[in-house]
Design a protein around this ligand. Structure first.
Ligand SMILES: NC(=O)c1ccc[n+]([C@@H]2O[C@H](COP(=O)([O-])OP(=O)(O)OC[C@H]3O[C@@H](n4cnc5c(N)ncnc54)[C@H](O)[C@@H]3O)[C@@H](O)[C@H]2O)c1
Length: 357
């Protein structure tokens, strides 16, 4: 068992990482309850894979719990789903002494966290992330929310969970494409924060791709530790936390230009290589460092260049519309060496054009 902590004063919480933890959550909640009764929120696919196991774990510890599901996919991450789930909770008689468990990927975690922040003016919740992306990123830090037609994640709240329960074994069932989405975020941590971790990833690529659970746990724990440190320093993303957007500004624009046919991880991977290119063009990153970043991304089977068929003008338009644009300026997270980045809006438009080409 590895135990980390996110230190936020009285809102601090543990991150527990262990193979098979799913079956042990009941006994842990029995020892450290945060609610009288639990609503397990899961998408229908995750509910069919792991719902019974989590319910059985809680019931065997004499904990009252019910499963509540919604349709899988990003398309469900909206206010209508939050309204529907709220009505279900109300009809089932959930009150302020009760709590929620988010069993699933980032979509479930974001919806459930937001629902918990709003239902009866807030009830407690915990995260049980089941995708690599949610285990290394979205379940930690308390960013919750949903999409609206005008944009992704535009309605939400900062609302921290009571605990994060991570079972690495669960990743065995994850499709390769979902694993890659998480790996893009894993590589991100190495570039923005931890040169040694980047080296570790270079050396452990084969074990990670072979889903060696011991190595995967090391990876998850390192990522959670970095995310926790960043969140502790800047919970509400006023400054440091923005470094987590490395590769995402261009990534989101490429995703949009692909009409969302491109996987998020692939888009972020292209974005990370592109901004590393920007750093080289600006003369703040050694080209050999950029090659290392590009090679690692490539070695994990992620794409390193933006396909020609994606219209560069559309990418530029989306870049300007990105929500990280403040006062009409586009901010980029640029590496200055592996393990270190700066946030700047001082990027000449012609450099952006050049790097996109
Ligand atoms: N809150 C944050 O800080 C934060 C950070 C990054 C991303 N996000 C959000 O996370 C979302 C993406 O999360 P995601 O990639 O986990 O997507 P997801 O939750 O949609 O999960 C992806 C798919 O995998 C399936 N799945 C989940 N676990 C599985 C398992 N163990 N085995 C087999 N299938 C499984 C799901 O049913 C789903 O179809 C986006 O909405 C993004 O905005 C939030």
């Amino acid at each position: 068992m590895r135990e980390l902590s996110v230190g936020l004063g009285e809102r601090s919480y543990p991150i527990l990482i262990q193979q098979g933890l799913l079956d042990d959550i009941g006994s842990r909640l029995h020892k450290n309850p945060f609610a009288k009764r639990y609503g397990i929120i899961a998408d229908d696919h995750v509910a069919s894979l792991f719902g019974e196991r989590l319910l059985a774990s809680l019931h065997s510890s004499d904990i009252q719990a019910e499963m509540i599901t919604f349709a899988r996919g990003e398309a469900s991450k909206n206010l209508a789903t939050v309204a529907e789930l709220s009505s279900t909770l109300a009809r089932m008689g959930f009150d302020r002494k009760d709590g929620l468990l988010a069993l699933g990927g980032g979509v479930t975690g974001d919806i459930t966290g937001f629902l918990a922040a709003c239902y009866m003016r807030s009830i407690p919740f915990a995260q049980v992330p089941t995708t690599l992306l949610s285990q290394v990123d979205s379940s930690v830090g308390g960013k919750t929310g949903v999409d609206i037609p005008e944009g992704k994640n535009l309605v939400g709240a900062f609302y921290q969970p009571k605990a994060v329960f991570i079972d690495s074994q669960i990743l065995r069932q994850l499709p390769q494409s979902e694993l890659l989405n998480g790996l893009a975020e894993v590589i991100k941590y190495g570039v923005i924060y931890d040169r040694d971790f980047f080296k570790f990833l270079e050396m452990s690529r084969k074990d990670i791709l072979a889903l060696d659970l011991q190595v995967l746990e090391d990876v998850i724990a390192r990522c959670c530790k970095i995310k926790a440190a960043i969140v502790e320093a800047d919970e509400q993303e006023s400054d440091l936390r923005r470094i987590l957007n490395f590769g995402h500004t261009i990534g989101h624009a490429v995703e949009a230009a692909s009409k969302y046919s491109l996987a998020h991880g692939a888009a972020v991977a292209m974005g990370m290589v592109a901004v590393s290119g920007l750093s080289v063009l600006k003369g703040i990153l050694d080209p050999r460092e950029k090659e290392r970043i590009k090679n690692l991304i490539n070695d994990f089977g992620l794409p390193v260049s933006i396909p020609q068929e994606y219209d560069r003008d559309i990418i530029k338009q989306y870049l300007l519309a990105d929500k990280k644009t403040i006062g009409g300026r586009v901010f980029f997270v640029l590496p200055t060496k592996i393990g270190k980045v700066i946030i700047t809006d001082e990027v000449e438009p012609q450099l952006i054009v050049k790097v996109l080409e």
